[in-house]
Design a protein. Structure first.
Length: 513
């Protein structure tokens, strides 16, 4: 493809017409910023007029650009746009008008841009959007209006733009949104953060909606109303809200098709009503990244369909007895990055389908005996980055599916030798960055190789580590990353490089190949 970029020479005062697919001009003085003097090749596909002193777009100025697909008019001084400013751009797909000084948009300004998919209007001085402003933009997917001065959006402002998927009103002066504004949307990411909204209308969304990502934190909303009353086929919801908002118990009522719910908030604790998720029989994934210090016993009542639950960055301190027992279908459970300091022996009771448990980056100091009793499908356990200083000898007993355990970055000073003896499928054990001096493990007598991560421990290299250096006829293990701390003669030696002859008492076994 031949690319020609035209650079205006200030002394000429005009631009000759040059064939090419790309045409650009930028960094012009006020005297040279007369858009009517630009001779833009009619074959141009991408046109860029950037960082000039242009203050208006005359009607019909682009009506010969029948092939143009991208028009960049960013970082100018544009204040006025007329109804026919973009006449002729019948193939235009993306229009950049951001970072100008646009004060007003007449209804129908973009009416002929039937192929337009992305419209950038952020960082201007728009104060209102009237009915018909974006009329007939039937292919528009992306509309960004952030950081204007919008105080009014009429209900028919985006009439006809039923394919919109990404809309931003962030950083404006909106105190309300009109009802039915997005009644035609089926998939929508809506950003109205940092406005002055007092409420969200119950009829903002319509019955066609199947996916919603709605971020409205940074407003003045005190109480949220049931905003999904008409959304009977909605399948996926992500909400970012302020922590001090009151959430109604019937927020998700009638969402019989919803499969995925994510709630995000920052700052203050969020109070979730008991049984908020009741009757959501198809719900299989729940993500809660909200201020939630206490996990109530009935919050997840009736959610036997949930397969994945994430409780991350929730400020969670306690888990009420029985709070997780309703999640009988759970397979992956993430309760990480919280100030959670203790668990009870029955915290995971009844979660017989669970295969993965992630509990890293909490404040746990011990694990109770029997914590994993009956979890026969549990395969991966991660308790890294806690404050665990000891483990019960039976903590991993009778877990026939267990393949990996992560205990890195804790405060372990010792570990029971038989802790993994009844874990026939274990192949990865991460004990790195603890305070283990004596590391003696009796591993299962099975053929798989078992990697044991030991980096960051003050390992005492005596006969207790012979199990790392040898194998018998049916089992083998290897240390990764660790080095000897003592005795002085072996200080700094890598465990993986030791030979049986280096350790007194390591005799009579077969060396690992």
């Amino acid at each position: 493809m031949k690319i020609v970029i035209v650079i205006l020479h200030c002394l000429l005062g005009h631009i000759p017409e040059i064939l090419g697919s790309n045409w650009a001009v930028s960094h012009l003085s006020k005297e040279d910023s007369n858009i009517t003097s630009f001779v833009i090749p009619k074959t141009s596909i991408k046109v860029t007029i950037f960082d000039t002193h242009i203050i208006h777009i005359p009607s019909g100025i682009f009506n010969h650009l029948l092939s143009c697909k991208q028009l960049y008019l960013s970082l100018n001084k544009i204040r006025l746009i007329y109804r026919n400013s973009f006449l002729g751009l019948v193939r235009l797909e993306e229009l950049f008008l951001n970072d100008n000084e646009i004060l007003n948009l007449e209804p129908g300004t973009f009416r002929n841009l039937t192929q337009l998919q992305k419209l950038h209007l952020g960082n201007n001085n728009l104060m209102e959007l009237k009915n018909g402003t974006f009329d007939s933009l039937e292919n528009l997917l992306f509309l960004h209006l952030e950081n204007n001065r919008l105080g009014l959006v009429e209900s028919g402002a985006i009439r006809g733009a039923f394919k919109l998927e990404d809309v931003s009103f962030n950083g404006n002066n909106l105190r309300e949104l009109p009802g039915e504004l997005f009644k035609d949307s089926s998939r929508l990411s809506l950003f109205v953060q940092s406005n002055q909204l007092l409420t969200i209308p119950e009829n903002l969304f319509g019955e066609k909606l199947t996916y919603l990502n709605f971020l409205f934190n940074g407003n003045e909303i005190i109480s949220l109303s049931p905003i999904f009353k008409k959304c009977h086929i909605l399948e996926s919801i992500q909400l970012r809200i302020d922590g001090n908002i009151s959430i109604p118990a019937n927020l998700f009522e009638n969402l019989s098709m919803v499969k995925d719910i994510t709630l995000l908030s920052a700052g203050n604790s969020l109070v979730l009503p008991s049984q908020l998720f009741r009757n959501l029989t198809y719900l299989n994934r729940v993500v809660l990244k909200v201020g939630l210090p206490d996990l109530q016993a009935d919050l997840f009542q009736g959610l036997s369909s949930v397969i994945h639950l994430h409780l991350q960055y929730t400020l969670l301190e306690t888990i009420a007895s029985g709070a997780l027992h309703h999640l009988t279908g759970i397979r992956t459970l993430y309760i990480d990055s919280n100030p959670l300091s203790s668990l009870t022996y029955d915290s995971f009771q009844g979660l017989h389908q669970m295969t993965t448990l992630i509990m890293h980056s909490n404040e746990l100091q011990t694990l109770p005996s029997g914590l994993f009793r009956g979890l026969n499908k549990l395969s991966a356990i991660d308790f890294g980055v806690n404050k665990i200083w000891s483990l019960p000898s039976d903590i991993f007993q009778n877990l026939p599916a267990l393949t990996g355990v992560w205990l890195a970055s804790n405060r372990l000073t010792s570990i029971p030798a038989n802790i993994f003896h009844n874990s026939p499928l274990i192949n990865h054990i991460d004990l790195s960055y603890n305070n283990l001096q004596v590391i003696e493990l009796v591993l299962p007598d099975y053929p798989q190789h078992i990697n044991v991560e030991l980096v960051g421990n003050p390992t005492e290299c005596n006969k207790n580590i012979c199990w790392m250096l040898y194998r018998n006829s049916s089992s083998k293990a290897g240390a990764r990353g660790g080095v000897c701390d003592t005795p002085p003669t072996l200080n700094g030696r890598k465990l993986s490089g030791l030979q049986p002859s280096d350790i007194e008492g390591c005799t009579g076994l077969y060396l690992i190949n």
